[in-house]
Design a protein around this ligand. Structure first.
Ligand SMILES: Cc1cc2nc3c(=O)[nH]c(=O)nc-3n(C[C@H](O)[C@H](O)[C@H](O)COP(=O)(O)OP(=O)(O)OC[C@H]3O[C@@H](n4cnc5c(N)ncnc54)[C@H](O)[C@@H]3O)c2cc1C
Length: 404
């Protein structure tokens, strides 16, 4: 249960339907113990469970994930203020509240806040997003893509307030009745969802005196070993390093967690696979709009000191554009002007968005140059892709080439 959480409140209307069955593990002869680990005894190579039972290990993998950030806003502890917690009982309580709610304020316009907003709206709630930055999704996308997202949110009837801060969650008789913004406006709300990011869950690692990284994750080397070589860490709890700069980065995604888990699994008996850093490949949807990005968007590339070369393309995701269901498709590719290597990409389109982002991601990992991207092989079909003439990745690379 992770990425599907927002869809519990719109598409699924059930917590149960978002749960992966335990038999995926048990059918593969994996013993599952449902208990909390209270401590790691490194001297005994054992973990201690809440029942007091000890389980010994040769190798231990920390995958304790992350917890939602709780900003110190007055009223944050009120009954009808919720977080995107990965806890079925908690989400069931949120579902009950949601079913009675009319006016919801979402604090935070990142992809989690935006996905909740879209799903809440689908079920007829009045939804307002309050975002501190100038745009929703600004941590993931360049401004022009954020604007596309905001226009779609507004088209769906979601109010978006940016460059604004929630000062207080207002209550009456212990229940939320609204939020007060720093600018003075008061918004009506009978439920508030806080989605302002996550922080790595590292309490076990800290108590076991494992090294903690700069962004607060458990420090790991390129084999994903912690400062204790018999303890590995993967996923949201582990420190991440940028593929481009090798500096610590705050990216935390399920796709990154799954990749790191594969690396750890490969390295448990013998150190075989190196993690060369996190590219950060992300996608989301708002109504029928798909949005995605991978690597460094233009803003991030400039901040990281790259001399940036950009190519853009606008086409349709079927061809000819008159094909039923064809959607506009916008692609932006970011290259390092010095090495000519592709370092980022962004897509706004329909259902092909995420897979296009994944293709760009593979190109980034292989450090393909602008020429190689422009002259690659791409398959096309009227019902499935843009036309061969305007295949968006090649088309955007050609645009970049014209500026070399
Ligand atoms: C609403 C939402 C939507 C998201 N959508 C996407 C998406 O579309 N795509 C994407 O790539 N990412 C998405 N993410 C991010 C993604 O969910 C996380 O990156 C991913 O879940 C990280 O996986 P993990 O296994 O490292 O940690 P988690 O999923 O957080 O799992 C950690 C587990 O460890 C357990 N645990 C912690 N401490 C202990 C202990 N002491 N003893 C025993 N168990 C313990 C926790 O209970 C939890 O079950 C989304 C996140 C949220 C909140």
């Amino acid at each position: 249960m992770t990425c599907g959480i927002p869809y519990i409140f719109g598409a699924l209307l059930s917590v149960e339907k978002d749960l992966l069955p335990d038999r995926l593990l048990t059918d593969n002869n994996i013993e599952l113990v449902i208990e909390e680990v209270k401590a790691i005894r490194r001297d005994e190579k054992a973990v201690v469970l809440s029942s007091g039972q000890k389980i010994c290990y040769d190798k231990l993998v920390l995958a304790t994930g992350s917890v939602p950030v709780r900003p110190p806003i007055p009223g944050i502890d009120l009954e009808n203020v919720f977080f995107a917690k990965k806890d079925p009982d908690y989400l069931q309580r949120l579902l009950v509240s949601f079913e009675k709610a009319k006016d919801v304020v979402i604090i935070g316009g990142g992809f989690v806040g935006v996905e909740f907003a879209e799903q809440f709206r689908k079920r007829g709630l009045n939804v307002t997003i309050v975002e501190l930055l100038p745009h929703c999704l600004q941590l993931n996308l360049d401004d022009e893509y954020c604007v596309v997202a905001e226009e779609k949110l507004q088209e769906l009837g979601i109010r978006v307030i940016t460059k604004e801060r929630v000062e207080e969650i207002v209550e009456r008789d212990g229940r939320v009745v609204g939020v007060r913004l720093a600018g003075g406006e008061r918004l009506r709300a009978d439920m508030v969802l806080v989605a302002v990011g996550v922080k790595p869950e590292t309490s076990l690692a800290r108590e076991a005196q494992l090294k903690i990284g700069e962004t607060g994750g458990v420090w790991v080397n390129e084999y994903m070993q912690t400062s204790d070589e018999d303890i590995f860490a993967a996923g949201d709890c582990a420190e991440k390093y940028s593929f481009f700069t090798k500096r610590p980065t705050n990216l935390r995604l399920a796709s990154i967690a799954a990749r790191e888990a594969r690396i750890v699994a490969a390295n448990l008996s013998q150190l075989k696979v190196k993690n060369l850093g996190t590219i950060g490949c992300f996608a989301t949807t708002i109504g029928d709009l798909g949005l995605g990005a991978t690597g460094l968007v233009e803003r991030a590339a400039r901040e990281a000191g790259f001399d940036v070369l950009v190519g853009t393309a606008t086409t349709t995701d079927k061809h000819p554009g008159a094909m039923p269901g064809a959607k506009s498709l916008k692609v932006k590719l970011i290259f390092d002007r010095t090495s000519k290597a592709i370092i980022g990409g962004e897509v706004a389109g329909g259902t092909t968005t995420a897979e296009l982002v994944n293709v760009i991601s593979a190109m980034i990992e292989k450090r393909m140059t602008v020429e190689e991207v422009a002259f690659s092989h791409y398959g096309t079909h009227p019902n499935l892709t843009a036309s061969p003439r305007t295949y968006p990745i090649a088309y955007a690379a050609e645009d970049a080439l014209s500026k070399v």
